[in-house]
Design a protein around this ligand. Structure first.
Ligand SMILES: *[C@@H]1O[C@H](CO)[C@@H](O)[C@H](O)[C@H]1NC(C)=O
Ligand SMILES: *[C@@H]1O[C@H](CO)[C@@H](O)[C@H](O)[C@H]1NC(C)=O
Ligand SMILES: *[C@@H]1O[C@H](CO)[C@@H](O)[C@H](O)[C@H]1NC(C)=O
Ligand SMILES: *[C@@H]1O[C@H](CO)[C@@H](O)[C@H](O)[C@H]1NC(C)=O
Ligand SMILES: *[C@@H]1O[C@H](CO)[C@@H](O)[C@H](O)[C@H]1NC(C)=O
Length: 454
């Protein structure tokens, strides 16, 4: 037994030494900027450096380690089978098995994985392309980001449910502009608690680092989280403030978010955290002649409006009202200075945490309704709006309704925006313009996507 132990130990040492020597002879440990350039630089930087040899060496080491690992695991399995014999004969053999598992297999596995994670440019290009390395892989230094964006090959010989050979975890390309912030965001210990840094995450997202990488740390939650109110109460009741982590907001409870408080810390959708005001929206005639009531909209297509999207800033009131009409609405929400997402979820509705950056996560021709208010107004770039509107058109089903609610812009821009909305030749159920101030106007419209016979 002692001999086996020595042999195995020796084997491990030999393998390690072999790999070291080969790395060394390939110049892997030479501290030389040229080498780095050869690794990550342009094509001609490969000159005089046999990168193919290096990748072959690494491949060789990997194979050796893999076969050693298999051999060792087999041995342990064998011992497991003859456990009783081991037990009776010699207690130290059990200990020996434990030793093998803990001291040999586990470190070997760790080394194996570590080696697998060495990222080397591929001379022949990755997967038949001329790209030498995975996109963005060498932009980031933090290992966790590199691990995340490295495509994950399926287990040997398997095709996944998508019919692809690997899974690409994606990040927004603008992440490269916020390298420092992203590295801070991803600089955690795996398995430990994350920092309470959703505001850093949101800052990255709204600046175009969207999607963000996933993280492998545990999100903090309120220490005094209470079970939410039952659904028959939660829709119209201000949630329990203990269910929100307030540390990144100016306020410390929901009452503080009232429009009467000048230090409420947010400026979009002021008053949205006052249920008395919210209860009036879309059900009572407002002072604005452009406003539509939910009842009026739903009677246009009785029973046909079942699912939809509310794109805007709000606390889910539109979705709550629609729920009472048995319509399921998903509400987009960003936490712009106040806990909009938490509020919507605590009301028992679905917050969709998305920015304007991305294509909507819905399939073509699926939604009965898109309602938008409070979000897009005269600041929005026309080209950006064009892409957004085409995306909404894609998502709406034929016969679906686009409800533009209190869009506003300066009077002189109105023609441009009107063209934007009218270009799709939707059927106009309502189209109303009213003055907002001296220079600004409101536009509300209810438009129906036609069926397209192509
Ligand atoms: C286990 O076996 C070894 C040799 O096979 C012997 O030296 C040792 O004393 C044994 N230990 C016990 C607890 O039986
Ligand atoms: C790469 O090219 C080879 C030969 O041209 C082909 O057999 C193989 O399927 C290609 N692989 C991929 C991933 O396209
Ligand atoms: C909500 O429903 C529960 C049981 O389903 C009931 O006990 C409670 O009184 C209801 N609350 C209201 C406000 O209707
Ligand atoms: C809103 O006003 C219209 C006409 O101005 C009226 O017919 C309707 O009953 C009013 N609805 C409500 C809910 O007050
Ligand atoms: C919603 O559905 C429930 C159960 O099917 C029904 O009782 C209720 O009348 C519906 N409400 C509306 C407004 O259609």
């Amino acid at each position: 037994m002692g001999t086996l132990q020595i042999v195995l130990g020796g084997l491990v040492i030999i393998v390690s030494l072999l790999s070291l020597i080969r790395f060394y002879s390939a110049g892997f440990f030479t501290r030389n900027e040229d080498i780095c350039r050869q690794f990550y630089g342009q094509k001609d930087a490969y000159d005089g450096f046999d990168i193919k040899a290096l990748s072959d060496r690494v491949g060789e080491v990997l194979d050796r380690m893999e076969s050693l690992q298999e051999k060792l695991e087999l041995k342990v399995k064998e011992m497991e089978k003859h456990k009783e014999v081991l037990d009776r004969n010699n207690i130290t053999r059990l200990e020996y098995k434990k030793y093998l598992e803990e001291e040999v297999i586990r470190p070997l596995y760790g080394a194996h994985i570590a080696l697998r994670q060495i990222r080397l440019p591929k001379v022949e290009g990755i997967r038949n392309s001329t790209m030498k390395e995975e996109p963005l892989i060498n932009t980031f230094v933090i290992e966790e980001i590199r691990k995340y964006i490295t495509p994950k090959e399926n287990r040997i010989g398997k095709i996944n449910i998508y019919g692809t050979e690997r899974i690409h975890n994606t990040i927004g390309h603008a992440c490269v502009l916020y390298k420092k912030e992203l590295e801070e965001y991803m600089g955690y210990d795996i398995g430990s608690y994350c920092n309470d840094d959703w505001n850093l995450a949101q800052k990255l997202m709204v600046n175009g680092c969207d999607p963000l990488p996933r993280r492998r740390c545990l999100t903090r939650a309120s220490k005094v989280y209470q079970k939410p109110y039952p659904i028959n109460e939660s829709l119209w009741r201000l949630p329990d403030g203990r269910n929100v982590r307030w540390s990144n907001y100016q306020c410390r409870n929901f009452e503080c978010l009232s429009s009467k408080n000048p230090k409420r810390g947010y400026s979009k959708c002021v008053g949205c955290f006052e249920m008395e005001k919210e209860k009036l929206k879309w059900v009572t005639n407002s002072s604005l002649p452009v406003d539509l009531l939910i009842n009026d909209v739903l009677t246009i297509k009785p029973g046909e409006i079942r699912i939809g999207l509310d794109f805007g800033v709000g606390t889910g009131t539109f979705a709550a009202r629609m729920r009472e009409h048995n319509v399921t609405i998903v509400s987009t929400a960003l936490n712009l200075g106040a806990p909009f997402n938490e509020m919507i979820a605590l009301r028992g509705l679905i917050p969709l945490y998305v920015t304007l950056n991305q294509r909507l996560p819905f399939f073509d021709n699926t939604m009965d309704l898109i309602h938008t208010s409070g979000f897009m107004d005269g600041w929005i770039d026309l080209l950006l709006l064009d892409f957004i509107l085409y995306d909404w058109d894609r998502v709406l089903r034929p016969g679906g309704l686009l409800w533009i609610d209190r869009f506003f812009c300066s009077r002189k821009d109105l023609d441009d925006y009107m063209y934007m909305f009218l270009q799709f030749r939707y059927k106009k159920h309502k189209w109303a313009i009213a003055p907002k101030s001296k220079d600004e106007v409101y536009l509300s419209a209810l438009l129906e996507k036609p069926s397209r016979a192509i």
